[in-house]
Design a protein around this ligand. Structure first.
Ligand SMILES: Cc1cc2nc3c(=O)[nH]c(=O)nc-3n(C[C@H](O)[C@H](O)[C@H](O)COP(=O)(O)O)c2cc1C
Length: 166
């Protein structure tokens, strides 16, 4: 996970977990209203995100990532910008980096799902599948190291501090 290590300390924090079909913007704002310190979006798939365009929605005061079929895949807003972690499903470091670059100015951190055991995630080599294939992990490692270097260039909001890639 890539976070701004100064502004997003996880110690003793109330966190809304990532939940597919649940962790959308209304739920995240409600969680902030009820005292959450950090909120995760639902897992969003890299290939889907890479089809999206970033659109500023003047009517709702949101930033929308809109698919070619006009579906809003990810919606966020200024109020959660310093609190929201963008979680993606990916099995490819280059795609992950491209998605990170797409959302970098609108979120506080970026998380790659490496724990989901559901077929939704594992069928494409994502989620828990990333951990269960040692050969793949070995192949991914150099790409990840490359990604770490490139990640240093990402501009996340908040004070300028060293970035963490967990
Ligand atoms: C409906 C639902 C959807 C979930 N979707 C995700 C997800 O997209 N990404 C993820 O990492 N975990 C997902 N999880 C797992 C939760 O984030 C959390 O880790 C799990 O529910 C255990 O939380 P608990 O220990 O507080 O019960 C999901 C869980 C539920 C119930």
């Amino acid at each position: 996970m890539l976070v701004n290590s100064f502004s997003l300390c996880y110690h003793n924090k109330l966190i809304l977990a990532p939940m597919v079909r649940v962790g959308t913007l209304p739920m995240r704002l409600l969680a902030l209203d009820y005292g959450a310190d950090i909120v995760y979006c639902e897992e969003l798939i890299d290939l889907k995100m890479l089809q999206c365009k970033r659109v500023v929605n003047e009517v709702l005061s949101t930033v929308d990532f809109v698919a070619p079929d006009d579906r809003v895949v990810f919606r966020t807003c200024k109020r959660e910008q310093s609190r929201v972690i963008f979680q993606m499903g990916t099995s490819d470091a280059e795609r992950a980096l491209a998605v990170a670059r797409l959302v970098e100015n609108d979120v506080a951190g970026i998380d790659v799902n490496m724990g989901c055991p559901k077929e939704y995630s594992t069928k494409g080599g994502m989620g828990a599948a990333l951990l269960s294939d040692p050969d793949k992990i070995e192949k991914v490692r150099p790409a990840r190291e490359k990604a770490e270097v490139l990640m240093q260039e990402l501009e996340l909001p908040g004070p300028s501090t060293p970035l963490l890639w967990i």
